[in-house]
Ligand binder design. Sequence first.
Ligand SMILES: Cc1ncc(COP(=O)(O)O)c(C=O)c1O
Length: 395
Amino acid sequence: MNTLKPIIECILNPFLSEVVEAPSFANIDRIKEVEIFHKSLPGYQVTPLLKLGGLAARLGIHTLMIKDESQRFELKAFKVLGASYAIAKEIKQRLGLENEEITFEAISSQGEALKSLTFVTATDGNHGRAVAWSTKQFGCNAVVFMPRGTSKFRLEAIQSYGAQAAITDLNYDETVIFAAQQAKKNNWILLQDTSWEEYKTVPKHIMQGYFSLVSEFEHQTMMWPTHVLVQAGVGSFAAAIFSYFLASPKPTPKLILVEPAGAACFFNSIEIGDGQPHLTKELNTIMAGLSCGQPSLLAWEIIKLYCDAFVICRDQIAIKGVQLLASPVGDDAIVISGESGAVPVGLIDEICSNQEHIAVKERLKFDSTSKILICSTEGDTDPKVYNQILEREEG
Ligand SMILES: Cc1ncc(COP(=O)(O)O)c(C=O)c1O
């Protein structure tokens, strides 16, 4: 671990647009369509929205709300919201079902034709598991490539849904390129959760799939956040969540991006200052889901214009978050949250309880009126890693 780097760094966005405009892919019709689709999936249930009143009081903020994705189907992560919708959209288009409503029933009733479709993706774990689960539900095939260092547990979790899966000797960004090449070579459908100049349709559908997390939130509470903190790997999730809030007629909360210092591709690109996304070559973080070096282009275009602040932190903040959610303050609920899921709560705790970060606290305007929304994006998606983190001392 590099102990010379600060625990937390924060920069305000120099590219912030003065005009708030929702990206065109986020609109009420699409949000409704996605919501109806997810409700049609077998086993769909709204994930809990928890208010951590004890922690909020200790930190001197008004409210801390956390959406708990450890309970998303049996997958323990939000990713399936994107993968399932994007796969359904591809099936619909490829099987010429343009006049059909997009529901599980309409898609899965296509029988034999579904067996001819193979989806391929690269993943650090959660997205691949979501693709494998979704293809199994619909009755088509999946091939999944994983970066070096991926745990056997994550590999087997994907294989358990009947997908072909393998760990490569490449890093995450190289694995994405490899999966794209394999798609071309084998006539498979690339189902990637990141975008580049020539590849935007599928990742756009994946991002639209993530809208359901916020529409669930809106049905769960009357409270509207003043701040929304979202963790980023390639940024698709954060850009989708931000877009939902930008599309709302209600006041736009402060939108804050959280990344590991060891995989900070947005923060680093903003610091370079030419307005372009840049590759961060060396990735070094325990936050597997956030360990990405190349910002998604679609996400970059939204985040660059509308994200208020970029915050990076060392791994010890994620460890602190995991432990804090496992041993909560007062009567707060226990949340099982993996290292990529728990980093926002660790960050808020560190910023509000350590005087060293007073300047960051002021920059982000955290105070007694703050109603902060965060998402625990995963549960113990790898129970062994989760238990090791619970026992570590530096949190
Ligand atoms: C648990 C978890 N949280 C957050 C993210 C970040 O999502 P994105 O890569 O779209 O930024 C991921 C991505 O895999 C993840 O697995």
